[in-house]
Design a binder for this molecule. Structure first.
Ligand code: ADP
Length: 476
C-alpha cells in the first residue's frame, strides 16, 4: 500500500483503495492509503507547525529543493509518463508532455524563489521611507482534479513552496499514483518535515475536513463548479483566501476567411485530444456560413479516423474516458443533443477492444442551437458541437453567450477580426489560429465569469495568491 505523507513520515492507514487503469480495468496499478478526518487534521497541524521556520527559510534552500525535484521529474519522464497514461488514460505522447511540463514548472519556481520583487517608495511625508514586500500566506490547502494528475498539482504546490508556504495536498480520488510520485520526489529532494503533506482520500472526507479547518489559511482548488462553490462558501466566514479554477464551455470561432487546414487542426486538437477532458477544450465550434459546410465535412472525416485505443499503445490517438461515470455522462450528453435536434456527424459510439476499458469514439454534433443543453453545460469528454452563424459579430456574441469564461479561440486570416476578438472575448485566455487548449507554463492561467475566482495561477502572477503584501514605513 502506498502511504500518505504526514509530518515527514510515510503513514499507512487501515483502508486502501485500488487504482484502476481505464484502458484495462483488470489492471490494478497499486493500492493507496485512504486518509480520514484524523489523518487530515494531523497533516494540517504538521503544516501549521512547520510554517514559521519554512516561511523564514532561505531562497537558496527553496530553490535547491525545487530544482532537484524538477531535475528528477525530467530524468524519470518516461517512467512517470507511463504511470500517468496508465492511471488517467492520456496517451503516452500527451503524458510525456504533461510530465515535462511538471518538471519545467518546478524549475521555473526554483528560479522564482530567487527572484523576489519588492518596491522601495518615497513617502509623501518628508523623512519617511516606504517599502512594499511580499510574505508567505501560511498553510495552503491544495485540492486537485484527475485530468492533469501531475501538472496541476505541480503548478499549485511549486509556487506555494517557492513563496514560503506549507502545503496539505489532497489529490483527486482517481489519480493517487502521480500525486504520490510527485510528493515522493519533493520529499526526497529535501522538504523539511511538515512542509509538504499528502492526504489521499475522499473529497467529502479529506477535502471537507480541509474546508472546515481554520488553520488552513488559503485553498487553491481545481475541479467542478459545485465543489468550487463549496470551497468558497466554507472559506468566506473564515476570511480565507481562495483560488478556484472550474469549468469551461470554450468557443472556437471559425470565420469564412480562415485557413481551412489550420481551423480543422485547431478544432481536432482543442476538442478531442486528451479525450476532450480538459477545462480549456473547444466544446463549441462557432462557424460562419461561408465556410461551414467545408469545415464540417473536413472535420467529420478527421474525427471518424481518430484511432481510439489503450493509452499505452503507440498508435493510439485518443485514450479512454477516465471512468465509467464519466463515460455514461458523455453518452447521455450525446443522446440529449440528438433528441434536441443535433445531428451526430461523426463518432459517438463506444468502442470495444481486446481489453475492457472506457473507450468512446469522439463525437461531432452539428446543426445545434445555442440554447441546447450541449451548448450550455460542460461535458468534459470527447464531444463537440457546431453552431452556424451569419458573420463575425454574431460569432462574437455567441462566443460570449455562456456563463463560463476560461478560454476562447478564433481562426481567421483577418488582423481586424483577430484583434477585435482578443479585445472583446469574455475569457481569461484567447487563442488566435491556435487550439483553445494547450497553454504555456510561465504565463498566467485562469478565466473569468463562472470559470475562475481569485488571482491567476502560474508564472510570476502566482505570487498574488501565494503571498500577502506588506507595506512598511520607516523613519530612519
Ligand atoms: P470532478 O468532477 O472533476 O471530479 P470535483 O469538484 O468533484 O470535480 O473534484 C475535484 C476535487 O475536489 C477532487 O480532489 C475531489 O476529491 C475534491 N472534492 C470533492 N468534494 C469535495 C468537498 N466536499 N470538499 C473538498 N473537496 C472536495
Amino acid at each position: 500500500m502506498k502511504p500518505n505523507l504526514i509530518n515527514g513520515k510515510w503513514e499507512a492507514t487501515g483502508h486502501g483503495v485500488e487504482n484502476i487503469n481505464p484502458s484495462d480495468i483488470m489492471d490494478v496499478i497499486d493500492v493507496y492509503a485512504q486518509a480520514g478526518r484524523a489523518e487530515t487534521e494531523a497533516a494540517i497541524a504538521a503544516a501549521a507547525e512547520a510554517f514559521p521556520a519554512w516561511s523564514l527559510s532561505t531562497p537558496q534552500q527553496r530553490h535547491d529543493i525545487l530544482h532537484r525535484a524538477g531535475d528528477e521529474i525530467l530524468t524519470r519522464c518516461e517512467e512517470l509518463a507511463t504511470l500517468l497514461a496508465r492511471e488517467e488514460g492520456k496517451i503516452l505522447a500527451e503524458a510525456r508532455g504533461e510530465v515535462t511540463r511538471a518538471g519545467h514548472i518546478m524549475l521555473f519556481f526554483a528560479g522564482e524563489a530567487l527572484r523576489q520583487r519588492g518596491e522601495l517608495r518615497e513617502s509623501v511625508r518628508p523623512g519617511v521611507q516606504v517599502d512594499v514586500t511580499r510574505e508567505p500566506v501560511g498553510v495552503i490547502g491544495v485540492i486537485t482534479p484527475w485530468n492533469f494528475p501531475i501538472a496541476i498539482p505541480a503548478w499549485k504546490i511549486a509556487p506555494a513552496l517557492c513563496h514560503g508556504n506549507t502545503v496539505v495536498f489532497k489529490p483527486a480520488e482517481l489519480v493517487p499514483g502521480c500525486a504520490w510520485a510527485l510528493v515522493d520526489i519533493l520529499h526526497r529532494a529535501g522538504m523539511p518535515p511538515g512542509v509538504l503533506n499528502l492526504v489521499m482520500g475522499k473529497g467529502a472526507v479529506v477535502g471537507q475536513t480541509m474546508l472546515e479547518d481554520a488553520r488552513v489559511d488559503a485553498i487553491t482548488f481545481t475541479g467542478s463548479q459545485v465543489t468550487g462553490a463549496r470551497v468558497a462558501a466554507a472559506s468566506l466566514p473564515l476570511m480565507r483566501k481562495v483560488q478556484l479554477e472550474m469549468g469551461g464551455k470554450n468557443p472556437l470561432v471559425v470565420l469564412d476567411d480562415a485557413d481551412l487546414d489550420v481551423a480543422v487542426d485547431c478544432a481536432l486538437d482543442g476538442a478531442f485530444y486528451s479525450t476532450g477532458q480538459r477545462c480549456t477544450a473547444s466544446s463549441r465550434l462557432i462557424v460562419t456560413r461561408g465556410i461551414h459546410d467545408r469545415f464540417v465535412a473536413a472535420l467529420a472525416e478527421r474525427v471518424s479516423q481518430l484511432r481510439v485505443g489503450p493509452a499505452l499503445a503507440e498508435n493510439t490517438q485518443i485514450g479512454p474516458v477516465v471512468d465509467s461515470i464519466q463515460l455514461s455522462q458523455d453518452i447521455d450528453y450525446i443522446a440529449t443533443a440528438r433528441r434536441q435536434g443535433g445531428v451526430l456527424r461523426a463518432g459517438g459510439d463506444t468502442v470495444r477492444l481486446q481489453t475492457e476499458g472506457y473507450f468512446l469514439q469522439p463525437a461531432l454534433i452539428t446543426e445545434t442551437h445555442p440554447d441546447m443543453q450541449i451548448n450550455r453545460e460542460e461535458v468534459f469528454g470527447p464531444v463537440a458541437s457546431v453552431i452556424a452563424v451569419e458573420d463575425y459579430e454574431a460569432a462574437l456574441a455567441m462566443a460570449n453567450d455562456t456563463p463560463f469564461g476560461l478560454s476562447g479561440g478564433i481562426c481567421t486570416t483577418s488582423l481586424k477580426y483577430a484583434s477585435d476578438f482578443k479585445r472583446k472575448a469574455q475569457v481569461g485566455m484567447v487563442m488566435v489560429n491556435l487550439p483553445t487548449a494547450g497553454v504555456d507554463y510561465h504565463v498566467p492561467f485562469g478565466g473569468r465569469k463562472a470559470s475562475s475566482f481569485g488571482p491567476r495561477e502560474q508564472g510570476s502572477h502566482a505570487a498574488e495568491f501565494f503571498t500577502v503584501v506588506k507595506t512598511a514605513y520607516t523613519r530612519p
